[in-house]
Design a binder for this molecule. Sequence first.
Ligand SMILES: [Zn+2]
Length: 370
Amino acid sequence: MSFSFSFDIQSKEGRARAGTFRTPHGDLPTPLFAPVGTQATVKSVTPAQLEELQATLVLANTYHLYLRPGDELIAQLGGLHEFMHWQRPILTDSGGFQVFSLADSRKIDQDGVTFKSHIDGSTHRITPEKSISIQENLGADIIMAFDECSPPYDLANNEAALERTHAWAVRCLQAKTRSDQALFGIIQGGIFPELRKRSAEYLNSMDFPGYAIGGLSVGETKAETLSILELVDEYLPKHKPRYLMGVGSPVDLVTGVQRGVDIFDCVLPTRLARHHVAITRAGRINIANARYACDAAPIDDTCHCYACQNFSRAYIRHLVLAKEMLGSTLLTIHNLTTLVTLMSDIRLAILQGCFEQFAADFFEHWECAS
Ligand SMILES: [Zn+2]
């Protein structure tokens, strides 16, 4: 199946953009936040619940699905959309980040990476061609070039990794056979402006349909992240979507959009939910805290989610203490709704030309913005 990907920008304000990215499984209004479904499931919620809370794009992890249950099995069962019963767009990462952060005894060479599975210790090898082959079997709408993510402050390591990442980006483009998947290039270069500039210019010359900014939120300061975003904004094409990988606190979303980012993903809202923490305008609250034992109020009285419309803090606290699964589900629904709604509010503000005012209000009124 052939598909013509396009990104239309409806409105701009400063660097912020409100756009629409067309994919085979529907249009993605941007900016957007994508929940993470590592194992082809967003932990503790059903696809129907994700649809209800207006999630548009879900991320799944290539490394995990390649190891278990296997990309060929998923292809036999109709691909990831069919397998996980999610008919809206899906994005898969390249597996690079997990290989570098999770796998045991990984060994890198110019051709690829050999590593041991963190599940059973078995030996595997991922090359750029293999990453694309796995991602073609999985069948997501947006796929990623295989890249190497280095520790952010190590210059020599980042220089070597960048050369490999660029050479691998060329090989990923050459290996790609499906025309119904948009392959995004990934900009690396740690905290080094010269490397980031080189990476953005080089990948820009390859005319990818979108660009990811990788290797951030891995230990550098917020100020460094923001200055890198401002720098790459200058060298990336304005008419292509930009995806900031692995970043997703409310303040990260607002400051990222202010610097031209269109797509975000992060495990934060789902992971916090499993640790009993709700993201609210009044800051993060741990619902297990004794102060909520008799609290009849919802998690956040400004929230329209299913959890806040129907359940008290006291009830959710009870579920969490009794280790009932519904506790995680309700907190996940709430946290994801908070981020998805924040992004649709940001989009509306950009369309109405009042995003800078929106951002000023956000920094003034959201406790978690500090
Ligand atoms: Zn809520």
